[in-house]
Design a protein around this ligand. Structure first.
Ligand code: PEP
Ligand code: MG
Length: 850
């Protein structure tokens, strides 16, 4: 603690070794975050033990075989001081080798410390040092040291003997030799391949540097109140103000955090003894130090400390580890107290993490009984009993019993079952498969593409890789945030849409400069979109409105109609249903834009696939079941996603779009009568040629004229095109003049650009990502090179031909922060994503604008 050591001047001249003082040239980018933080603590006049920092270059040289002048380091410390070396990387998340303590322990030091600290404490320190040096520095077989029992003199003798046997030389007694060994082993560990890979996975550059700090040890053992621990002023999980931490008497380093046995709480606590009870003064000093650090370092800090004979010493400080919900609360509170500006608060919250606030989650502290892992398709967690059919899911819901719907894959027929289920699990599929898209829309936890579970849906069982068999009625938990399928019912944390969350979102909206809408198909979706403050609906997939009970059969009758007149009759029945849907959507959105996509999917998706459905339809049509199956078979396409769907239906069976356009216009008139004026947006899907747009536009304009005349009221509408085939992007210049907006459907555009089925890619996607063929699943994170090039061309050509045109992205990528960055840079006006992803998108967009 002698900051004014007379040797300072000499050492300050050694460029390899920097004594940390208030003014020493120490920077995060040259010495690492820990060294810089310690300097800040020194500047705050906190009781920090004397510390020397080695910069990245010095450590690199040590890894390469060099060694700085050790006397320049050792000369900084009292001859008898024990030393501790800790890693100091630029970003604490990048990790680093573990700290090594008690350097300098030797037979001589042991004898001296036995006098000052007592023999038991001195022996325990020496033993721990021998064990840690043997395994981490000399790299001897840990088995030889781990089995040594006890902490007394016999154990120490056994450890010293084992060292000599294994290393063929006695345990080093010289502090310089020990220090050199520690520095070398830590520098080389950082340089090793596995450490590189680990930190690269956390976003570190391959050549990231490591600094080291050498600190005088303050023993937490000895006479009087001695011990060590950590303290923080907030709860790590909730972010609430609360003094927490652990303190272990007669301990060193982070032992207090070990298995917790014998450690004390910090503040007085009904659960047991606390430091505040046994050493109130030390506790008060610590709490004051932590508060000062919070204010001056402008962050909630976790403080590592030692109490030596009643005196508090601060060894280190790091940002409090925190759950996403705590991150929001902490950032908002720091900004509200004026400690950091609002913009900084926005930057401190990781957008993806918000998912955890919007849904129930498995408690991070709960035990997980892992069955298998798949693609995390829709975040949140839910527990329920396994059911294998949608009908069983509905029956479960009717009994008030939570269930998990397990299917090989889902189809429109399962939507009712999905509504009834607490979570969904499918064997097949990827990020944009049916189950994934519907799951996200409903805010329903969903895992798809779980290929390591064996699905035997007929036998109503699934088999986990470890051989466990799960049957109907068994309790499982779907963690759609991590993609883990868990057995049983782990503890959960509830969603946390609290005031802090709303405050942060408000600040985000003030910063961002790209619009965020929601993809919403039903009134419930639209309400969620409103709750999350979306700026309108960017995509309403109208076919989803036909999946409801009662409507599906009418829809099927329409598909089976033999003549235009027969079809017109069924469409007459569908018209009021659609109109009522749109009136509701317009009313909920209160004048905000609503973009309705005309019917898109292949018709055969609506056909019944099982016997019961076929019988229902045969009843409705008054036909034999064999007729129904024959005609359903006749509609099967080899490649339905590239077959009779989207605008191709609109061109060949135009009555469907006529009905939808009429429903939209009549609904707009009705909703505008008693509410805000509605200007509907109508979008044509899967366009690949200008002529398709001309044909559909002519009919829709004609419907508008007819409705205006019938209603005796005028209204506006905007017609647009969905750009989701590569050709539409390339030909945007000739399509754009015919429409008010282009909305890029990046799900289909990705599928068609790669020639990669969005429903089947899940099977090999993880292998592709693992082998580095794709950096990420392109259905999840936009492929900015290939698909991105088409988007850029589409934007440039579309806007070139029609400068006032509105451009947007409505594929699932619209909710992905990396993809939003691309969209903003490419000049899109807004992105549209599942309602539950809207908050993530709002925060990500704000961060881009700051
Ligand atoms: C798309 O293809 O990107 C899109 C939004 O439409 P869908 O997912 O319904 O095909
Ligand atoms: Mg599409």
């Amino acid at each position: 603690m002698l900051h004014g050591n007379p040797k300072d001047a000499a050492v300050q001249n050694d460029p390899n070794v920097t004594l940390i003082t208030a003014t020493a040239p120490v920077a995060t980018t040259t010495h690492g975050g820990r060294a810089k933080c310690l300097q800040r603590l020194v500047r705050l006049d906190l009781p920090v033990p004397r510390t020397v920092a080695l910069c990245f270059d010095t450590v690199k040289a040590i890894a390469a075989g060099g060694m700085p002048d050790l006397s320049a380091i050792l000369g900084q410390f009292d001859d008898r001081a024990l030393l501790c070396v800790r890693p100091s990387s630029e970003d604490p998340d990048w990790g680093g080798p573990g700290a090594v303590m008690s350097i300098g322990m030797s037979d001589g030091a042991h004898a001296a410390l036995s006098d000052s600290l007592g023999p038991a404490a001195a022996t325990a320190l020496y033993l721990r040092f021998v064990q840690s040096y043997a395994t981490h520095v000399a790299r001897l077989d840990p088995d030889e040291f781990e089995h040594i029992d006890g902490t007394g003199p016999e154990a120490l003798a056994a450890a010293l003997d084992a060292y000599e046997d294994e290393a063929d030389e006695p345990f080093p007694q010289d502090r310089g030799e020990q220090l050199a060994g520690v520095l070398r082993s830590m520098a080389r560990a950082w340089d090793g391949t596995s450490a590189r890979l680990l930190r690269q996975a956390k976003g570190a550059p391959a050549e990231a540097g490591l600094g080291l700090v050498v600190q005088e040890m303050i023993p937490g053992v000895g006479p009087g109140e001695c011990g060590s621990g950590v303290i923080q002023l907030v709860n790590t999980v909730t972010g609430d103000k609360q003094v927490t931490g652990r303190y272990l008497r007669q301990s060193q380093g982070r032992e207090a955090l070990g298995d917790g046995s014998g450690s004390l709480y910090l503040a007085s606590d009904s659960r047991g003894t606390a430091l505040q009870d046994v050493a109130p003064e030390a506790f008060g000093a610590l709490r004051d130090h932590a508060a000062l650090m919070r204010r001056q370092l402008r962050a909630e800090m976790q403080v590592e400390f030692v109490i030596a004979n009643g005196q508090v010493h601060i060894l280190d400080g790091m940002r409090v580890p925190r759950s996403p919900r705590a991150a929001v609360k902490i950032a908002v509170r720091l900004a509200e107290e004026g400690i950091i500006p609002r913009q900084e608060a926005l930057l401190r919250v990781e957008p993806h993490g918000l998912n955890e606030l919007l849904h129930r989650q498995v408690d991070p502290e709960a035990e997980r009984d892992l069955l298998a892992t798949g693609i995390a398709a829709s975040p949140g967690a839910a527990t329920g009993r396994i059911v294998f059919t949608s009908a069983d899911a509905q029956a479960s819901a009717a009994r008030g019993e939570a269930c998990v719907l397990v299917r090989r894959e889902t189809s429109p027929e399962d939507v009712r079952g999905m509504h009834a289920a607490a979570a969904v699990l499918t064997e097949k599929g990827g990020m944009t498969s049916h189950a994934a898209v519907i799951g996200r829309g409903l805010g329903l936890p969903c895992i798809v593409g779980v290929s390591d579970l064996r699905f035997q849906t007929r036998k109503k069982q699934i088999t986990a890789p470890d051989g466990r068999i799960l049957r109907e009625g068994d309790l499982v938990t779907i963690d759609g945030t991590s993609g883990q399928v868990l057995a049983g019912e782990p503890a959960m944390l509830e969603a946390a849409l609290d005031d802090s969350f709303r405050t942060l979102m408000g600040w985000a909206d003030a910063e961002r400069d790209i619009g965020i809408r929601a993809n919403a198909d039903t009134p419930a979706d639209a309400q969620t979109a409103r709750n999350f403050d979306a700026q309108g609906i960017g995509l309403c997939r109208t076919e989803h409105m036909f999946f409801e009970t009662g409507r599906l059969t009418v829809m099927r009758e329409m598909i089976f109609a033999q003549t235009p007149a027969g079809r017109a009759a069924v469409l007459e029945r569908l018209l009021p249903m659609q109109r009522a849907d749109f009136v509701q959507l317009f009313r909920i959105m209160e004048g905000q834009p609503v973009c309705i996509r005309l019917f898109d999917p292949p018709l055969h998706e609506f056909l019944p696939t099982n016997r019961a459905g076929q019988r229902d339809l045969a009843d409705a049509l008054n036909l034999p079941v064999s007729d129904v199956t024959r005609r359903a078979d006749a509609m099967v396409e080899y490649n339905p996603m590239l077959g009779m769907r989207g605008v191709r239906l609109g061109v060949t069976v135009p009555e469907i779009y006529d009905m939808q356009a009429r429903a939209i216009f009549e609904a707009a008139i009705e909703a505008s009568r008693d509410g805000a004026s509605v200007v509907p947006e109508i979008m044509i899907p899967l366009v690949s040629a200008r002529r398709e747009v001309e044909l559909v536009k002519a009919r829709i304009d004609a419907v508008a004229v007819a409705v205006r005349a019938e209603a005796g009221r005028d209204f506006d509408y905007r017609l647009g095109v969905m750009v989701e085939t590569p050709r539409a992007a390339l030909r945007a210049a000739e399509i754009a003049p015919h429409c008010a907006f282009l909305s890029f459907g990046t799900n289909d555009l990705t599928q068609m650009t790669y020639g990669l089925s969005r429903d089947d890619a899940g099977r090999f996607m993880s292998a592709y990502v693992q082998k580095g063929v794709f950096p990420e699943d392109p259905f999840h994170v936009l492929d900015t090179d290939g698909v991105g090039e088409l988007l850029r061309l589409g934007v440039e050509r579309g806007r070139g031909a029609h400068p006032g045109i509105t451009l947007s992205v409505c594929g699932e990528h619209g909710g992905n922060p990396e993809s939003i960055a691309f969209c903003r840079a490419a000049g899109f006006d807004y992105v549209s994503c599942s309602p539950f992803r809207v908050p993530v998108a709002r925060l990500a967009a704000a961060q881009l604008a700051i």
